[in-house]
Design a protein around this ligand. Structure first.
Ligand SMILES: *Cc1c(COP(=O)(O)O)cnc(C)c1O
Length: 236
């Protein structure tokens, strides 16, 4: 397959942004409350730059070793970086200072390690907690029934700031079937918000990918992570 041409990436960015706008309008949400995170695993810097020129402002990377050279190569570009992939504890030190937001904090131990390393660096790292919203045995993430209790422990960590939740629902045949999972993530966030912990915010819901981001927006997503719908199918 040919990689998408320059016009194609630009066109696709505009299509995704307008679909986000339409989904938001449908449920009466201000579309400014939703941010598009371009999921760029396996996508080279040239094509990421085309996306930035077409209006992307946040890039989400999955792997530390892939992200570090891309961030260096694009350091002049007007774009912010998020980490959306599984993060190993031994890699935490090398991501400090690189990402505005880590979406994928999937255990108490990882949260504690980020807190420790951010503390060493004299900083505070914004994070989301990843919820295993389908309670899938093969997936990492906080179990929806345990997370509320664990948030109490994490709230005491002073070098992380919990901004909200993230989830990747089980694969479904169509977008509509993902809706109950998105709704469930929102419900978990509401339960946590009701605890009114001073250091825990539930402002962000990172949910929805190429196949279902419009449904996710209808259900309250504030961050959608979209790759294929912008850059085409991944080859690597
Ligand atoms: C790859 C990826 C996405 C985007 O998936 P698409 O189906 O290509 O839109 C979103 N979130 C995470 C965590 C990913 O790894």
């Amino acid at each position: 397959m040919e990689p998408p041409a320059r016009e194609t990436i630009a066109t696709r960015v505009q299509v995704v942004l307008s679909k986000i706008r339409r989904a938001a309008e449908k449920v009466g949400r201000p579309h400014g409350s939703i941010r598009l995170v371009a999921a760029t695993k396996t996508v080279g810097v040239d094509r990421i730059l085309e996306g930035i020129e077409a209006g992307l402002s946040i890039v989400g990377e999955n792997r530390v070793q892939e992200a570090v050279p891309k961030i260096a190569a694009l350091k002049q570009a007007p774009v912010r970086w998020h980490f959306i992939g599984q993060l190993q504890r031994r890699k935490v030190r090398s991501v400090m200072g690189l990402f505005d937001l880590i979406h994928s904090v999937d255990s108490l131990e990882l949260a504690q390690e980020i807190d420790r390393r951010a503390g060493d660096a004299g900083s505070c790292q914004d994070i989301l907690l990843e919820v295993n919203i389908g309670s899938e045995p093969t997936k990492t993430g906080f179990h929806p029934d345990n997370i509320v209790q664990l948030v109490l422990t994490m709230a005491a960590l002073s070098h992380i700031q919990i901004k909200g939740l993230m989830a990747i629902p089980p694969p479904t045949a169509d977008a509509e079937m993902a809706r109950p999972y998105f709704r469930k993530l929102r419900d978990v966030a509401t339960r946590i918000a009701e605890m009114s912990l001073p250091s825990v915010m539930m402002d962000e819901l990172s949910m929805g990918m190429s196949s279902d981001y419009e449904v996710a927006v209808e259900e309250g997503a504030t961050l959608v992570r979209v790759g294929t719908a912008i850059f085409g199918a991944r080859h690597a």
